[in-house]
Design a protein around this ligand. Structure first.
Ligand code: ADP
Length: 705
């Protein structure tokens, strides 16, 4: 039975100038299932074209091609791959072996592609090598170290390993000397005992010596077909085996080889990807944790729990779009409501009018214009956080003579006066005139002057959040109110015939009087419960009252600033990820283009397009894996470093955290997200360029130079 039958087969090529060229026309040919058939003819007459068509490496333009009575010109992609792997073996003039792998792997490759285990395939390769008495020392030698003759013998064994029905050889001895040529011919002759060997050659002498039949081509047509020896019997029957099982071992091995070969480019890719990923971890750690850190840092204020609460009433002006806001001290009813509903605070009157934050402060006769003075409720715990203290101590009880300052104030005073203020005294001066209207004709107005001039001893320094914090002295509100209790308004007391203190004067003043400071004070009883402050302020503010905390205002403006910078960083990150996809994509594109010939060889051995894509995917995944490890390892020290730099500039600590070891509920979710991101980046940058690069034409890539 005939193995091959060509009926009126023509092959037309489109040339570069747009015309078409008829390389084969109306070829009718039948070939048996065994024997040695050679094709002779001058260069350019269409020999390789005919061989490529029979080998399914090229399509026909018209006519019919039957392989064992099956019309193969109509085969699907998958079936063609199967034919190429198991029914057709191909030997090229320039061997096309995997140069960096050893002899056994090269011969075994088609079996590996066919799904065989590496050990079994190598065992078969050994058997074939023994059959041609190949030097055993060379079995595990890299192919690149072999001579041309040895390489061609390896290439023939590779073509034979899957026991194909036809062996196609395109000038197999073209690059060999006569002794090696003879060896090769012997192997082919032996193979032709049970399969069809179809060989294209220039070497008429060899052809005549070994062939059973010689076909001569001229200008794309058969002009002579002579039989030298009669071919008797049938070749090995055709096995229509089930679809091969896919195994990726060979892909891994070749990928690894490619990875090593392109090690410099790959290291560059790993470094670029790692930089991008570390940046994303840092930015992620910043976006995720900066608010927490800020909120923690903001609480590093000794007066974090000190609030003022006012009542605000909007007054619409008739016939105008402008409205006024009138501020007053909350009424007793409102105060009682606060006392009942929010017990974490003490609520008291505000005496700021007698001791405003901008009172005149001097040290050793130097005026300290930028120094402020503010109250905290009491120096006795649990009102203050003891961990903030960096020098000295808090006053042991609430007396008005002893105060603490913050670090900013300490440094400010040192800068202004070149002196250390610790345990020394700062002088405070403030005057306030109170006017009392009596409705008496004689003395209708009674004036009293509150005159404060006092030395305050600095007994401690506290470390506070640097951001937007001004140099401040903190005094005890409790001590100050005691002081006011003992300080009488002489003129008013005389007029009313009873002692009236400044404290009483303010307590009994009208709610929308300057003396009331238009507000009350609220102090958190325990600094431990300061987490509660944010909610409290927003809760209270909905009841027509407005609570303000200096510390919270600072915290919020800091958060806003961070939010804005985070979105900026995220934009940069997105751009850099796009950049890295582009870089990896371009590198993949060049690797793929560089390897077109190799890919064509693998296709000719029966590898599918997907398997060839996987070669690049695996190589790039290896890049991804290394980058992943480097990123994880580097992100810890780099987070520390970044935090150190940030805290040197801003005095804010731990703004960035590596997120994965801090998640307690899903401890490693960040690692998984990172891994998924890498796989996505790698997949896009592998498949897009391959998808966009020109489809490989096997025959064109393998047409020997
Ligand atoms: P041979 O093997 O006998 O030297 P080929 O089969 O390689 O000849 O080529 C036959 C003719 O077809 C040549 O003239 C060659 O230039 C032309 N040819 C082969 N491949 C292509 C191609 N891909 N595009 C255009 N012309 C081609």
């Amino acid at each position: 039975m005939d193995l091959i039958k060509l009926v009126n087969v023509s092959k037309r090529y489109k040339t570069e100038n747009g015309r078409s060229f008829l390389a084969l026309h109306n070829v009718n040919l039948t070939l048996p299932s065994k024997g040695f058939v050679s094709i002779l003819g001058k260069s350019g007459c269409g020999k390789s074209t005919l061989l490529n068509i029979i080998g399914l490496l090229d399509d026909i333009s018209s006519g019919q091609y039957f392989f064992a009575s099956k019309e193969v010109s109509k085969l699907s992609h998958l079936e063609k791959e199967d034919y190429l792997n198991s029914k057709i073996g191909i030997v090229f003039q320039h061997y096309h072996l995997v140069e960096d792998k050893d002899v056994l792997f090269n011969i075994a490759l088609p079996s590996l592609i066919n799904g065989m285990k590496l050990e079994d395939a190598k065992e078969e390769a050994k058997m074939l090598l023994n059959g041609i008495k190949f030097n055993e020392d060379y079995y595990e030698k890299k192919v690149k170290n072999l001579s041309g003759g040895e390489k061609q013998r390896v290439a023939i064994l590779r073509a034979l390993i899957n026991s194909p029905n036809i062996l196609l050889c395109d000038e197999p001895t073209g690059a060999l000397d006569s002794e090696n040529s003879k060896r090769v011919m012997e192997i082919l002759k032996k193979a032709s005992k049970n399969k069809l060997v179809l060989m294209v050659s220039h070497n008429e002498e060899l052809v005549k010596e070994y062939s059973d039949r010689i076909i001569t081509l001229k200008d794309g047509a058969i002009i002579k077909d002579e039989s030298i020896h009669e071919i008797k019997g049938e070749g090995t029957p055709i096995v229509n085996d089930a679809h091969r099982r896919k195994k990726d071992k060979w892909i891994e091995q070749i990928s690894m080889q490619n990875f090593k070969k392109r090690i410099k480019t790959n290291i560059f890719s790993i470094i670029s990807l790692s930089i991008c990923l570390v940046a994303s971890i840092l930015i992620g750690g910043f976006a995720r944790y900066s608010n927490e850190a800020i909120s923690l840092e903001s609480k590093k204020k000794i007066d974090y729990g000190a609030l003022t609460i006012s009542k605000e009433e909007k007054i619409e002006l008739e016939g105008s779009i402008i409205s006024l806001v009138e501020q007053s001290r909350p009424s007793y009813t409102e105060l009682n409501y606060l006392k009942d509903s929010h017990k974490e605070f003490v609520y008291l009157n505000n005496y700021d009018v007698l001791l405003p934050s901008g009172s005149e402060l001097t040290f050793k006769s130097a005026k300290l214009d930028q120094l402020f003075i503010r109250p905290i409720y009491s120096f006795v715990s649990p009102f203050v956080n003891p961990s903030l203290l960096i020098k000295g101590s808090y006053p042991s009880n609430d007396n008005f003579d002893e105060v603490v300052i913050n670090k900013q104030a300490y440094e400010y005073i040192k800068k202004e006066t070149k002196k250390d203020v610790m345990n020394d005294e700062i002088n405070i001066k403030h005057e306030y005139e109170s006017v009392y209207y009596t409705f008496d004709a004689e003395s209708s107005v009674i004036k009293d002057i509150f005159s404060l001039s006092k030395n305050l001893k600095i007994v401690g320094v506290v470390d506070e959040l640097d951001f937007l914090s001004s140099p401040t002295i903190y005094y005890s509100y409790k001590a100050f109110t005691n002081y006011l209790k003992g300080y009488l308004l002489n003129n008013l007391s005389t007029y009313q015939h009873k002692d009236i203190s400044w404290k009483e004067r303010i307590d009994t003043s009208s709610d929308n009087d300057e003396l009331s400071s238009y507000s009350i004070r609220a102090f958190l009883k325990d600094y431990h419960s300061n987490n509660y402050l944010k909610d409290y302020v927003s809760n209270v503010s909905t009841d027509g009252l407005v609570a303000t905390s200096l510390a919270l205002t600072i915290e919020n403006s800091l958060s806003d600033l961070i939010k804005a910078s985070t979105s900026g960083m995220e934009l940069f990150l997105a751009i850099s990820i796009l950049g890295i996809i582009l870089i990896l994509g371009i590198i993949s594109y060049f690797s793929y283009s560089q390897d077109r010939k190799k890919s064509a060889v693998l296709s000719a051995l029966g590898a599918s397009r997907w398997e060839i894509m996987k070669l690049y995917l695996y190589e790039n995944l290896l890049i991804g894996l290394f980058s992943y490890l480097i990123t994880i390892i580097l992100s810890f020290p780099l987070t520390l470093l970044a935090n150190k730099i940030v805290s040197n500039i801003t005095n804010l600590n731990n703004l960035i955290r590596t997120p994965y070891y801090l998640f307690t509920s899903f401890k490693y979710d960040y690692l998984l997200i990172l891994l998924a991101a890498i796989i996505l980046i790698i997949s896009i940058s592998t498949f897009l360029p391959i998808f966009f690069s020109k489809k490989i034409s096997i025959s064109k890539e393998l047409r020997d130079e």
